[in-house]
Ligand binder design. Structure first.
Ligand code: HEC
Ligand code: HEC
Ligand code: HEC
Length: 447
């Protein structure tokens, strides 16, 4: 064979491989691809409407409907600074290359979005473009909201515009070159933002379709739970297989019976999503606790059931790095369970600061909310979320102080946080962790 021909073959193979990778990356952006073909345009769908507010939401008031949808999409969580006015922005998102702040989305004409038209609002929500034509960073989950209908997007706008405008200037991000080049996001969007509305699957149940809309267009579960590719789009080839979000691990929630939530009953999943706790399965703390408190706990029972039906259908993905949780309590005697003399520092801290609420068995002394048995976090060999909850604590929820955990971040050194986290996973989990003080220091910076 002539050398020129060999070169041509090499070039062809490289081009084909490159196109293959690109196709793989682009298909990874489709969150509902696992459901197979057969999706139809919303207008052609014959079943009950999967969009809007659910049938069991009593109010016919437009603003109340907008509030329901705003909660379902959890705009509040990101657009409110710690201790700041609702929707007035300023929450910091710490990324490896700088900090980005959420903007003010109250109806203030100077500093918020009070002057925005409906079209501008929908373009930001679903296309990731602001009122001046600049591209937004995908820290705003427009790649999920892109599936939202016009009516639902505008109901959210109507709700936001019904609230008192708050005058609060936006803060610029601290990105350096090349990350500060917003036009690059325009190219990224062409590849990875579907920019298309939700399409129901007539071959699936109406409940599944409602769950799909809630999960993909509203609650953006995948934004936290789905790992990302090198191009930073969601890798839906491993949909919901677990990912890091704001320094916390959002665990595998696929239908895998060992590594995901496939072994949870419908009732357990429903209770976890609507209250942040399921007996024998643990609690939702950190970003998931916030998603429950600000968003999911407001959903009607029919919407929670729809979410459960949808989550159940997500194909199982194995994540052997995260062993199946141990479901049996630890022994009641402090000296039993883990080897004698194991991690004396961690044990001492647990005894002094934790055992009174969590008990040596891990069943919780005062309240089942403090049960650690079966909780994914204590079975996670990275101990990430255990260290995070020790640092940050957990807010009371469902109106009871019994669900409160104090923050120990200020009281303990990185070394102490690491020691107690490692003790807790060894005592209550499937596999002892070995989180280091350095890793704890890094976690503190992210939350
Ligand atoms: C996961 C966090 C997150 C959620 C949830 C979220 N946003 Fe955002 N949003 C952001 C961030 C961060 C930005 C700024 C992006 C940038 O500067 O490029 C932003 C930007 C915006 C903008 C552009 C404002 C401007 O002045 O440029 C609008 C409008 C907006 N969001 C509306 C919403 C609405 C409505 C919802 C709920 C349906 C929502 N966002 C949910 C994080 C979020
Ligand atoms: C803002 C990020 C975020 C969003 C959005 C989010 N999650 Fe989570 N989720 C997490 C984190 C972090 C955890 C781990 C919580 C913990 O350790 O206490 C978690 C835990 C869970 C668990 C428990 C898993 C286990 O094995 O214990 C389930 C189930 C779950 N999420 C389902 C959902 C569903 C369904 C949605 C969408 C309706 C959703 N999540 C949206 C971050 C998120
Ligand atoms: C005053 C009682 C109290 C004390 C003291 C306490 N906790 Fe907790 N802890 C709770 C409660 C209540 C929850 C459930 C919080 C929720 O609803 O999110 C919890 C949750 C947890 C979780 C589950 C986190 C998750 O993401 O699933 C871990 C792990 C934990 N605590 C470890 C500790 C450790 C380690 C200490 C000691 C340094 C400690 N706790 C001290 C009450 C307490």
């Amino acid at each position: 064979m002539r050398p020129g021909r060999i070169l041509l073959i090499v070039v062809a193979v490289v081009v084909i491989a490159g196109l293959g990778v690109l196709a793989w990356l682009i298909t990874a952006s489709r969150p509902m691809a696992f459901a197979g073909g057969g999706a139809v345009a919303l207008a052609d769908y014959k079943g009950p409407p999967p969009t809007g507010v659910p049938a069991d939401f009593a109010s016919t008031d437009r603003i109340a409907r907008g509030q329901y949808l705003t909660r379902a999409a959890d705009c509040l969580a990101c657009h409110t600074a710690k201790g700041g006015a609702p929707f007035a922005g300023g929450l910091a998102f710490k990324l490896p290359f700088g900090v980005i702040y959420s903007p003010n989305i109250t109806a203030d004409k100077d500093t918020g979005i009070g002057g925005w038209t409906d079209a501008q609002f929908l373009a930001a929500l679903r296309g990731g473009v602001d009122d001046t034509g600049q591209f937004l960073y995908p820290a705003m989950p427009y790649t999920a909201f892109t599936y939202m209908t016009d009516a639902d997007g505008l109901a959210i706008k109507a709700y936001l515009f019904s609230l008192k405008p708050v005058h609060r200037d936006n803060k610029d991000n601290s990105f350096s070159f090349p990350y500060n080049q917003r036009w690059l996001i325009g190219i990224w969007n062409r590849l990875f933002n579907a920019n298309q509305r939700f399409q129901p699957h007539p071959d699936r149940s109406p409940q599944w379709n409602r769950g799909a809309y809630l999960s993909e267009a509203m609650a953006h579960c995948g934004d936290c739970h789905t790992p990302r590719t090198l191009a930073q789009n969601l890798d839906n080839h491993r949909k919901d297989a677990g990912a890091v979000t704001a320094g916390w691990l959002a665990y595998n929630i696929t239908s895998h019976r060992l590594y995901g939530v496939g072994a949870w009953s419908d009732a357990e999943l429903a209770q976890y999503l609507s209250t942040g706790y399921a007996p024998g399965r643990g609690v939702a703390a950190g970003p998931m606790g916030e998603a429950v408190d600000l968003s999911l706990s407001y959903l009607t029972p029919s919407d929670i059931a729809a979410l459960v039906a949808y989550v159940r259908s997500i194909p199982p993905v194995a994540t052997p790095g995260q062993p199946a949780p141990v479901l049996t309590p630890a022994p009641a005697a402090p000296g039993q369970g883990v080897a004698e003399g194991y991690d004396p520092k961690g044990k001492r801290i647990f005894e002094g600061a934790c055992a009174s609420c969590h008990s040596w068995t891990g069943q919780g002394s005062l309240t089942p909310w403090a049960a650690l048995t079966g909780d994914r976090a204590v079975n996670d060999p990275t101990a990430t979320n255990v260290a995070q909850v020790v640092i940050a604590g957990a807010k009371p929820r469902m109106g009871t102080a019994l669900t409160y955990m104090p923050a120990f971040g200020a009281a303990y050194t990185d070394d102490e946080v690491a020691a107690v986290a490692n003790y807790v996973t060894a005592r209550f989990g499937a596999k002892p962790s070995n989180i280091t003080p350095k890793q704890v220091a890094a976690l503190r910076k992210q939350s």
